[in-house]
Ligand binder design. Structure first.
Ligand code: ACO
Length: 439
């Protein structure tokens, strides 16, 4: 497993800060393009007042860690896992190999790969009590709520997971979590449909086994079309990590208390559950349905330009260019529709994209399709209900969460996450007991 590389300090790189309250000047070192917030804390008017703090809701310009897992250049539309371009991984690798890469930091040898696949395959089953526990949810329970609770519950089945300082122990929990996530995800899907939970089929590959647990009924063996298996595997690869996004930050923040990894990942699932993070592809489907036909696109675009609504699946906080994942997903959509028959909404999506990419409103604001523009269409072709879309995202993101967690617990610079606040409330009020206030 890889360590976080040491910071590279260059003595010539510094920032001179002049405090106009006192006239004092401070040299603040710049390391890896960043200054240490703690250095600003040394800037104070006198011994009794607190130093300068950085106010940054949403961490818009605050690095919380140094990481060697994922690189993104949003301006150029580049995404790399451990240095490998996403396009190459999606085309030539598979999800389990990408898991290995993210967790271990380098590609496996043949022997390492075979061992890894063996380990993951033989931990797909969960304790029978997990099944009983999941069956206790209401008939209409949201699968993400079930997944979040079940992942958290695994910490009670593996109390040894608390020993996060032992590398072998950490490895064991990582294997368990990657292996069991599809089982929990598939069961949360079957639950809402009132169908029996299907046990893993360890003769199948990771993604094929997941499809079997989702869709198998009375047949002896469920073997999905290879093209569908490949398309879902690619979707998992595309979602495997995206550096310090909301859910990864949740995993790191909770993990920084040195809790077990199941509890930390359960926090990540919770963060992903929110509509601002994992739910945009569902909104794309609703939008395409509302547009209804190609003839209605121009008036819809006018509405977007007038600020009446948004073109869902377009725009991204980081990517100011074509989201590289969207391009790959578009190709996967074609492969899936070859098997399932086309979705009439695809034609609307393609036309919408064509018109938007030529329109100055979108071009000038650097609004391009993001990963969610086409993913919902694919998931619908698999006959997943919208509530399942985020579960699929969570299964794909699990290796990323774990790679980031592993990096966190080995990083000597990391501390328990504890942001500062700027206090805006009252001070030093005189407490009057209820018996006197309510007279
Ligand atoms: N449709 C129309 N206009 C848009 C869109 C859009 N989808 N996205 C941004 N804009 C416009 C904004 O109105 C703003 O215009 P203005 O300068 O005239 O005010 C400008 O583009 C900049 O937009 P911001 O909101 O400042 O960009 P921000 O980085 O804060 O938002 C976000 C990014 C939230 C993704 C936004 O583009 C959006 O809401 N897109 C639609 C929802 C979506 O697809 N989300 C999925 C993101 S991918 C993921 O999370 C996995």
């Amino acid at each position: 497993m890889t360590d976080v590389p040491a910071a590279t300090e260059d003595k010539n790189q510094s920032l001179t800060v002049r405090d106009n309250r006192t006239g004092s000047e401070y040299d603040v070192p710049i390391v890896d393009g960043a200054i240490q917030a703690a250095d600003l804390g040394k800037i104070r008017t006198d011994e009794d007042t607190p130093g300068i703090a950085v106010y940054d809701p949403g961490f818009v310009n605050t690095a919380s860690c140094r990481s060697a897992v994922t690189f993104i250049d949003g301006e150029k539309g580049i995404l790399e896992y451990r240095g490998y371009p996403i396009e190459q991984l999606a085309e030539k690798s598979n999800f389990l190999e990408v898991n290995y890469l993210l967790i271990h930091g380098e590609l496996p040898t043949k022997e390492q790969y075979d061992n890894w696949v063996h380990e993951i395959t033989y931990h797909t089953f969960v304790h029978e009590n997990v099944k009983t526990f999941m069956q206790g949810f209401r008939y209409d329970a949201h699968p993400m709520g079930m997944l979040m609770a079940s992942v958290g519950a695994l910490s009670t089945f593996y109390p040894d997971a608390r020993n996060i300082s032992d590398p072998d122990n950490r490895h064991m929990q990582i294997v368990r979590m990657i292996a069991k996530m599809p089982t929990l995800g598939a069961w949360s899907f079957r639950h809402a449909q009132g169908k029996p939970y299907i046990y893993p089929d360890n003769e199948l590959g990771y993604t094929a086994n997941f499809l079997s647990m989702l869709f198998k009924m009375s047949e002896k063996k469920f073997e999905a079309d290879e093209r569908l298996v490949k398309a879902l595997d690619v979707l998992f690869i595309l979602h495997a990590d995206h550096e310090q996004n909301c859910s990864t930050n949740a995993v790191r923040s909770v993990g920084s208390s040195q809790v077990d990894p199941y509890s930390a990942v359960a926090a990540g699932v919770g963060a992903l559950y929110g509509p601002l993070h994992g739910g945009a592809n569902e909104a794309v489907l609703r939008m395409l349905r509302r547009i209804g036909s190609k003839e209605n696109i121009p008036s819809f675009i006018e509405g977007v330009k007038n600020g009446n609504e948004k073109l869902m699946g377009f725009g991204h906080r980081v990517y100011k260019n074509y989201d590289p994942r969207a391009r790959i997903i578009k190709k996967s959509a074609e492969d899936v529709f070859e098997v399932t028959g086309t979705n009439p909404l695809l034609d609307i999506a393609l036309e919408l994209e064509k018109i938007a990419l030529e329109d100055d409103y979108f071009v000038s604001r650097k609004l391009y399709p993001n990963v969610d523009f086409y993913s919902g269409l694919i998931y619908e072709a698999f006959q997943f209900p919208p509530e399942m879309f985020t579960v699929l995202f969570a299964i794909g993101r699990t290796p990323g969460w774990l790679a980031q967690w592993l990096e966190l617990v080995q990083d000597k610079e990391q501390k328990i996450a504890r942001p500062k606040q700027i206090y805006t409330g009252d001070r030093q009020l005189e407490f009057v007991p209820a018996s006197e206030r309510w007279k």
